[in-house]
Design a protein around this ligand. Structure first.
Ligand code: Z57
Length: 832
């Protein structure tokens, strides 16, 4: 496959090319060496994977110098390091992203071409590390990208799941899950650090004792011990030398000679122990929302948090630091409550393991932690049964009781006689079975608490964390989410990136406020023409992929109306389906009905145990089967469920969208980040006043956004006054006809049972108020249609969306975290 080699310097592409510190000839030589020395192949015998691996190692070599220089900086005592603790990091493929950030994309593409290789084929070979479920995990990945780009010394800490989020197949319209095997062919992006290990304890009991100074102390006598091993992945910033580190922990059994001491001669006991230990990091829980009381999940959380905190304490001690000043060297962010046990663990490390007194240790702890909340759904707030918690972590349980005792004293001081408030705020829920409330622990143990969009933060203050806000308002702040324009525009949408760069230069990639300069071109018909050409090209690419993955033919000149995100009732994919059926009914009633040709595209995974979500997937596919083959429709409407939506596929989906569906029940979606990815790629949004939609609409202008539906306040008051979905049903004949289509069995070969759980839930409960919003949604869709028919108008709106989305860069979000919460400054890295 490798044909010829001549050194030739390529002209740097304006957008994805750029400078490099290696000649083309050097790249070519390194690549060939990796084919031979790393993969053990002659060029002719190299498989596609060998070639991918060789290229990945070639690129990784380019990162290492920067990485080592960055890690050296982390060892300076005069700098402060951000530690981002997250149970999920949904990184997506590394190769293309690293090439863009290095500025080597164009050089490497040409070098590959000269070797007779299509670089896209090599990109395709990379299995993405799917170490996350959805928004929360992807946000963590965007934040790592921005931290490095802004030259902030930072570490990500998490779990090296052997099996990430499952692969989704659609079989007969149903979701079928397959275990992910991202490590099967090896992972060239990680470096194992077998010498960086920590012991993590579980179970057992505690015991008081007196130390040398005669002070009262407690020691933990655990029942079992697991070893955590570090695996490091370099995270390079965009066109900078900062290359931070993502450290993921793998669980292993402690060395066998050590547990021989525990279980004398019990070989099979030792084998069981080994299997049991390695279980901890086997698999990601595939649930985007709550996981009820699964012991292994709690073990995962403590496992990675304990390893990470021990690592920070070790690094800090290497600097000769005095632990009372720990918080001036580390700012730790808790990505949701999953790592919140860290508050108790840091206290244990400081007090039990390092002999600090409680009060100074508590001050260090509070100054170190910040907590980000990501949900308003009450059922998603994590809590653990006290028995389970105390059984696994007897010492942490005691520490939490002590934190609680002191905290509730303060509450009583501030609000004398208000025992209801004390019960509401307690770290322990004692209203029935006793639970540890992780969000309360996180709030009390952090100096900063933030929501992820303005509306979300306001609702946190008013509802979910209201008591905490009343007592400590100074802790609360908003940090509206953002996404990285590197992956979601430059990498995903090279056509649009080139068009933009041709007009305003390439600085927008790091400073997307500059996209505003596109506004002055909205009146240029030639520019609008170009803009449409780019979109059409992206739609053709997606159409090709849809044909490959589903066999469905879609028309790239139809409106691409897309909803991709985890399947959840609050996100209301089924409201979108109701609209499709309504249009279908209009056509059936009058085949001459002038419908705007549309392709409805859905994608997203359902938690394997989430019955309703899986039924919604089946409904989408059943409606697709009927609509796509109906001769009255005659191809004017197409419905597609794109299987296995993930970061890799997302690259083809966001850039191809005309319309972005952001239709959650107001007050339920904390922020949303897909909404930002769509709009940055020139899609217009149809959406509710929920999460960051509110701010997107403010930025792009109300006239460039299709708003509909109840407000969060409307939702609350409707609920309070006894919401009756039947009233909406009775007063809307079109809605009745839509529901009738489903319940009659029209989409299920006459089976009236298949969708009855969905229909009944809508008619009799409708927790997420689809029926209340149906009419408004239909009206807004009518406006969408009208706007789309006027392509010049639509293009203007699309351009203005892109031009005004600068705020939603994760760089802006990270700058705010740095200034308001972490108090950290950039530390540029030099290579010499
Ligand atoms: C998750 O992906 C999110 C919240 C959660 O509590 C869990 Br668990 C997983 C999402 C929110 O639903 C989105 O609205 C938000 O944009 C995202 O987190 C990032 O903040």
């Amino acid at each position: 496959m490798v044909k010829r080699f001549e050194a030739r310097q390529s002209a740097a592409d304006v957008c994805v090319g750029g400078r490099s510190d290696m000649s083309l000839e050097g790249l070519r030589r390194t690549f060939r060496e990796h084919v031979f020395y790393t993969q053990g192949r002659f060029p002719m015998g190299a498989s596609r994977n060998d070639l991918y691996m060789a290229l990945a190692y070639t690129v990784r070599d380019q990162l290492l110098h920067r990485w080592i220089r960055t890690v050296e900086q982390l060892g300076r005592e005069d700098i402060k390091i951000v530690s981002y603790l997250s149970a999920e990091f949904l990184l997506g493929p590394h190769l293309e992203n690293n090439l863009i950030n290095l500025g080597l994309y164009e050089d490497v593409r040409r070098t590959a071409e000269e070797e007779g290789l299509d670089i896209q084929v090599l990109f395709d070979q990379e299995e993405e590390p799917g170490l996350g479920n959805g928004g929360l995990g992807r946000l963590a990945a965007c934040y790592l990208d921005s931290l490095a780009t802004l030259e902030i010394p930072a570490m990500g800490y998490g779990i090296r799941y052997e099996f990430g989020i499952f692969d989704q197949e659609i079989r007969d319209g149903w979701q079928v899950e397959h275990t992910d095997q991202w490590l099967r062919l090896g992972n060239p992006w990680e470096i194992a650090r077998p010498e960086i290990t920590y012991h993590v304890n579980f179970g057992g009991r505690t015991e008081p004792y007196e130390d040398e100074q005669g002070r009262y102390r407690v020691r933990w006598i655990p029942y079992r011990t697991v070893k955590g091993v570090a695996y490091d992945t370099p995270i390079l910033g965009y066109r900078v030398n900062t290359c931070n580190l993502l450290r993921l922990w793998k669980a292993e059994a402690v060395e066998s000679f050590e547990f021989e001491a525990f279980n004398v001669g019990d070989y099979y006991g030792a084998v069981d122990q080994k299997i049991y230990s390695e279980n901890i990091t086997k698999v990601l829980y595939p649930n985007d929302e709550p996981i009820q009381g699964k012991q292994l999940r709690l073990e995962q959380q403590y496992f990675f948090v304990s390893c990470s905190l021990q690592d920070m304490v070790r690094i800090y001690k290497l600097l000769g630091g005095d632990l009372s000043r720990f918080s001036s060297h580390f700012a730790i962010q808790l990505n949701d409550t999953h790592p919140a046990i860290g508050v108790a663990e840091l206290m244990r490390l400081l007090v039990d393991e390092n002999g600090m007194d409680w009060e100074p240790a508590w001050e260090v702890t509070c100054n170190t932690f910040g907590y980000t909340n990501h949900t308003l759904l009450p059922e998603a707030l994590e809590k653990w049964p006290v028995d389970l918690f105390a059984g696994l972590f007897p010492r942490h349980m005691e520490i939490i009781y002590e934190i609680n005792r002191r905290f509730l004293d303060e509450v009583r001081n501030r609000f004398p006689g208000d025992e209801d408030r004390v019960a509401r705020m307690s770290l322990i829920d004692e209203s029935g079975e006793r639970y540890v409330r992780m969000a309360h622990l996180a709030c009390v143990g952090s100096h900063a608490v933030n929501g992820v969009a303005e509306l979300h933060t306001r609702l946190l203050k008013e509802e979910v964390l209201r008591d905490f806000y009343e007592m400590m308002p100074e802790k609360f702040n908003n940090k509206t989410n953002g996404v990285t324009p590197r992956r979601f525009v430059v990498l995903s949408n090279p056509g649009l990136s080139r068009l933009i760069t041709g007009k305003i230069g390439e600085t927008w990639v790091s400073r997307p406020e500059e996209l505003r300069r596109l506004e002055k071109f909205v009146d240029d018909p030639a520019f609008r023409e170009e803009w449409r050409r780019v979109k059409l090209e992206n739609k053709k690419n997606l159409a090709r992929l849809i044909r490959e993955r589903t066999g469905i033919e879609v028309d790239p000149s139809s409106m691409f109306d897309i909803q991709v995100k985890r399947l959840h009732e609050y996100k209301r994919q089924h409201l979108n389906v109701l609209h499709i059926i309504a249009l279908y009914n209009r056509i059936k009633q009058d085949p001459a009905y002038d419908v705007c040709p549309r392709t409805f595209i859905f994608g997203g995974k359902a938690a394997p145990g989430y019955f309703m979500a899986k039924r919604i997937i089946k409904l989408i596919n059943s409606v697709a089967d009927v609509v796509n083959h109906d001769s009255d429709v005659n191809g004017r409407l197409k419905v597609v469920f794109f299987p296995d939506f993930n970061v890799k596929n997302a690259k083809f989906i966001y850039p191809a969208a005309d319309l972005s569906e952001q239709i959650s029940t107001a007050g339920k979606e904390a922020s949303g980040t897909g909404n930002m990815k769509f709009s940055m790629n020139g899609a217009l949004t149809i959406g509710t006043l929920d999460g960051a939609n509110v701010e997107i609409r403010e930025e792009v202008g109300a006239e460039n956004f299709f708003l509909f539906g109840l407000t969060a306040e409307d939702v609350t008051s409707l609920q309070k006054n006894g919401y009756q979905p039947m009233e909406y049903y009775r007063s809307n004949p079109e809605l009745q006809a839509v529901i009738e289509r489903i319940s009659s069995g029209y989409f299920s070969n006459g089976d009236q049972e298949l969708f009855s759980p969905l229909v009944d839930s809508l008619l009799f409960h409708d927790t997420f108020m689809l029926l209340a919003d149906f009419g408004a949604y239909m009206d807004a869709q009518r406006q969408v249609e009208e706007a789309y028919r006027d392509q010049e108008r639509w293009t203007r709106m699309s351009i203005l969306n892109v031009a005004r989305m600068g705020k939603f860069s994760s760089d802006r979000a990270i700058r705010e975290y740095c200034k308001d919460i972490w108090k950290v400054e950039p530390v540029p890295v030099t290579l010499e």
